[in-house]
Design a protein around this ligand. Sequence first.
Ligand SMILES: C[S@@+](CC[C@H](N)C(=O)[O-])C[C@H]1O[C@@H](n2cnc3c(N)ncnc32)[C@H](O)[C@@H]1O
Length: 827
Amino acid sequence: MGGGGRGRGRSRTQRKHFRESRENVWKRSKSDPNPSSTQTNNTTWTPFSTQNPAFDFYYKEQGIVDPQQWDHFVSLLRTPLPATFRINSSSHFSDDIRSQLENDFVHSLRHEIAEGTETEAIRPLLWYPGNFAWHSNFSRMQLRKNQTLERFHEFLKLENEIGNITRQEAVSMVPPLFLDVHSDHFVLDMCAAPGSKTFQLLEIIHQSTKAGFLPDGMVIANDLDVQRCNLLIHQTKRMCTANLIVTNHEAQHFPGCRLNRNYERMELDNDIGQLLFDRVLCDVPCSGDGTLRKAPDLWRKWNTGMGHGLHSLQVLIAMRGISLLKIGGRMVYSTCSMNPIENEAVVAEVLRRCGGSVKLIDVSSELPQLIRRPGLRRWKVYDKGTWLVSYKDVPKFRRSVILPSMFPSGRGHQDLVDACCNADVGDDATDGVNGNAKDAIQAVENPMLPESAEEVPDFPIEHCMRIVPHDQNTGAFFIAVLQKVSPLPEIPEKTKIHIEEQNVEPANQSLNDAQEPEANSPEIAHEEGLKAASEGNVNDNEQNTEDLEASPVSCEEQNSKETQEPENVQKMAKRVPGKRKLQIQGKWRGVDPVVFFKDEAIVNSIRDFYGINEHFPFNGHLVTRNSDTSHVKRIYYISKSVKDVLELNFKVGQQLKITSIGLKMFERQTAREGSSAPCAFRISSEGLPLILPYITKQILHASAADFKHLLQNKEVKFEDFTDAEFGEKAANLLPGCCVVILAIGNTIAAESLQVTESTIAIGCWKGRARLSVMVTAMDCQELLERLLIRLDTEKGSAGHVDKSSNDVEVQPVQELDSKNDVKATVS
Ligand SMILES: C[S@@+](CC[C@H](N)C(=O)[O-])C[C@H]1O[C@@H](n2cnc3c(N)ncnc32)[C@H](O)[C@@H]1O
């Protein structure tokens, strides 16, 4: 999906204005003379009136659509995209959500909206495994504005915020599915922000994990843009995972973290000697023209130069991904662009550079219900008003911009390299894409290039997949699945430096336009995202973080050619201006150190207070973002896999620039009564599901009536609980944090209750006279929904839950606290 900073650098007013102008782009009207408009349930949509003739011209000529399908293709591109969403397959509540959707919305919406038609208003996306993904017949704007859909829209918003549902464009869900991720895989998501695919990868990794356990795998989600990293952190925070590291690197220079060969093998307490991945997702920055349906304003800006400017960066990122892949590992390369220069040309160039060590896999038998088209075998390059069929057609003065690798055969590549090393850069060097004309590479024409040679790739490039809007009413996407079958060939040093440097667009400036659609996608959190992200572990220090910046790479590792950090990192740092310079390896000032938390006194006090049994591993699994452990406010829990990577990172001189790691497990809490609570740390809502099966003290089991009472009132005096015995037990707890579990049926005897994945529990604070709930209003609202569904199921009533007959007061969403945890009002 086209990424890049929509909303970035805009003021609140500018953003509001921007949202409004976007809404005006698709104008709604009752009478529409335009034959290409779409009729949906009595609402007629007039398509955006501005077309881009260059777009039509380019894609018609590239032959991405059969001429007889062209009108259908364009009419769909000009029609708003139907909203799609996915139930979090690893969520404890996914069964509840599914039954709520089926009971409340499929039937009622069909009845109210689509009466008299055969079409269901919402239905499962059949190609998505397990039918976790759903398709609606409404665009996002229809969902927002149509009153009949209001309750459904509120449901989607709430469940999305909580993390049980993710609103995501259907085609954007495809690339992670072709990665074939297993729960024990180490996965790298190279260009991950805003994180919709990262979330999906985490879902897959966690899918069959039992309560209280963590999968063996992990995900590293990386993005170049620090602000988009914050969106990513906000997005993935909803997953409550201990198996994630968020990093902030240029993907093409992602560190290899290879241990010095002289490192004593004996000292390794794990098997990781370098950072290699089972799976790599390479969802690169692109021109984003496959997202026109949700970002029609891109149409105005679209031009062929966008693809040209990104091609080299895309190749570099994909090559780095391949080099970080284990032998036998899979990499998915994807874009939300239809442009062959960003797609087939990149894949073909990667295959050429990898010389047989990487294969393009035929995945036609996977996800059979997903309609896709084969990759193009022929395409042309359009530059300055001319179609170029082969590199030999490129005028000399354009050879800094139009590269051999943009053509199907890729021929001319070696000539370009040779020319780079030999040729003088003359005065005729014109504007390179990156604006540094003097650095532009000059190539000489290869007189040996056979005139008649057919311009097609030497690879089965048709194994790539193109998803187009008019096949299944979606956006457009390009996907290629690659497998590394043997080590990469050694690249001559001279060539390598040249390849690294050629024609790389200064990403932050030029990508902004191209990436706007992604930034405006439904899956992006809005302002709250940034706000909440700052509550993540990006910055946990109260002191000046400048002093604490991660140390630059200091190891003298003897990297293999394959995993070595490209030598020109420092050169790049000198070349790039301002902000980007700060973002080069370990130089970004806002990132706090990651420190293993080893304060035994605190750890023991937590263990004793909650009676956490010894099966829950603490040793080496707790980290903080503050080197002064006496001032630690938050303690994060990391999985064994993340711990192994972190230990490796320390051994190689902290090459990884980590912006977020692990799951917030404990948070310092001071009671209003002063220091009366024996334990200074409360369990955070995010960490509770993981640690719950191991807690033996400070725990209560409430009947549905008392649980509901707590959720509705947030504070309940001990004597006000329906069950007097429960009130008494609550009064007898030690002051401070405690956990209240919803009892099943009429059973509240603790011994008969087993914590499972679907157990509902909340953190509370035991004060002098009352229990106070320590979860957000939004979490309360969501838990009440779950409670009602459970009660309904227990009653055995089939079908619809009539919320109106229940005395639950649901709070309006806008009043909700954006924080995940709230401080309790301690009595
Ligand atoms: C297509 S978007 C990624 C969308 C993301 N995979 C998702 O599903 O939410 C591309 C991302 O690449 C990032 N990016 C651009 N240049 C990059 C680079 N050189 N290294 C790493 N990330 C980069 C952008 O900030 C943007 O967030």
